[in-house]
Ligand binder design. Structure first.
Ligand SMILES: [Zn+2]
Length: 412
């Protein structure tokens, strides 16, 4: 089956694959083997692997195949060979999965074994050594996906991973700024106006700092959100069409703030920042610092944190992005429906918005009222913005799926 041939600089392994085609085997770095025996051994190993892969493709592998061999056979077909995901997965397999299951035949891995492995705090995935529940689930997902592949390829009749209870990921409510926080803060007037405007409109920090005066229709109470300040590059960039560009209604408080910021200013001199679309800007930014400089989201954030400490407001709420979440939370509690809120906040995906709306009493009341049920509205208790949809325990499909959260870094 396998042999070696001598070339000028060493030995090359050869074998015949299942189609009878001669294949060549070198060392992983492409160089030849210094010794004949090594070349033959490597070729034999490759021949076995090739047979196994072929057997998987033809659905001929027995259920008693060892997990490690099964993984090697299917790993080649995993789509993301050279990505970060692939190297993470290789690490997980070598460090956690292969040592535990590598030598066990697939059909000897039972549901109870898997559950025990997941729960075991000594040798399994039970939370220890700082292994987070999220990571434990990631490790488990490798085993789980290998088993569902075995079912799909008809090697196994059923996956032992069905119904496994996984470690819970604790839910942390995302901090947001409430109106009463903002009132207590006692910021410098330029920052206070920016913070209040953020709470009234839900603008992203970059959108707020990059807001131009001609985007406001103060007579009719509307604002067009079409561009943002990118502070790392100090430019104004348009928001891509059909993504987040949107119209946002202005509250009377927002209108009052805008009027105050624009009063007595020259609005035709240009904002002084390059626009990435090449526009020669002849308009003014609504929010400037007291010294008439461009307002920087980080500077507002710092100022917020200092003021929060003084006022005894939780520090984690004092972040510019928390204003946006404060707006979303307030709108959700006030009974705004998720689709309207998604429009106003520029969420391309309503799933992101749903968290603000889903669990509010008002939403429940509206939904039930629409179905013809009379629901007396209760006074709403304090609740974090954590009412995101529950995630299923089955991680097979996308083990690294994010929560669809917006990061604090997100300026877009
Ligand atoms: Zn401009």
């Amino acid at each position: 089956m396998a042999w070696a041939e001598k070339l000028a600089t060493g030995w090359r392994g050869r074998y015949r694959d299942q189609h009878g085609i001669k294949q060549k085997v070198t060392q992983p770095d492409g160089s030849l083997f210094p010794r004949k025996r090594d070349a033959i051994e490597a070729a034999e190993e490759e021949a076995v692997k090739a047979r196994r892969t072929a057997a998987v493709k033809q659905g001929k592998l027995p259920a008693s195949v060892k997990w490690g061999d099964w993984w090697d056979a299917i790993a080649e077909d995993r789509k993301f060979e050279e990505s970060d995901t692939a190297s993470t997965e290789r690490y997980i397999v070598d460090k956690w999965v292969r040592p535990k299951w590598g030598e066990t035949p697939l059909n000897k891995i039972t549901h109870d074994d898997v559950q025990e492995w997941v729960d075991d705090k000594e040798d399994g995935l039970g939370v220890r050594n700082g292994m987070s529940p999220r990571y434990a689930r990631r490790v488990y997902a490798v085993l789980s996906v290998s088993m569902s592949t075995a079912v799909n390829k008809k090697v196994l009749d059923a996956s032992p991973c069905v119904g496994i209870k996984l470690p819970k990921i604790p839910k942390k409510p995302k901090p947001y700024v409430q109106l009463e926080h903002a009132e207590k803060l006692n910021l410098r007037e330029d920052y206070q106006d920016a913070v209040d405007f953020g709470l009234e409109t839900g603008l992203r920090p970059g959108e707020l700092c990059g807001l131009h005066d001609h985007r406001l229709d103060l007579e009719n109470g509307w604002m067009e959100v079409v561009e943002a300040f990118v502070h790392r590059r100090r430019v104004i960039r348009p928001i891509p069409k059909d993504e987040d560009a949107r119209m946002v209604p202005l509250s009377s408080k927002a209108i009052e703030i805008a009027r105050r910021r624009l009063a007595g200013r020259d609005l035709t001199a240009g904002c002084g920042l390059p626009h990435t679309d090449g526009e020669d800007c002849k308009h003014a930014l609504v929010f400037l610092t007291l010294r008439r400089r461009v307002m920087h989201p980080d500077a507002v954030g710092q100022c917020l944190r200092r003021a929060a400490e003084k006022a005894g407001v939780p520090r984690e709420n004092a972040h510019m992005y928390a204003l946006r979440r404060g707006f979303g939370t307030r709108a959700g509690r006030g009974g705004m429906d998720a689709f309207l809120l998604a429009d106003l906040m520029g969420h391309a995906d309503v799933r992101v918005t749903r968290g603000y709306v889903q669990m509010s009493e008002q939403a429940r009341g509206q939904a039930l009222a629409a179905l013809g049920e009379q629901v007396p509205l209760k006074v709403v208790g304090q609740r974090g913005a954590a009412a995101r949809g529950k995630r299923g325990a089955d991680l097979d499909r996308s083990p690294l799926e994010s929560d669809g959260e917006e990061s604090a870094e997100n300026t877009g």
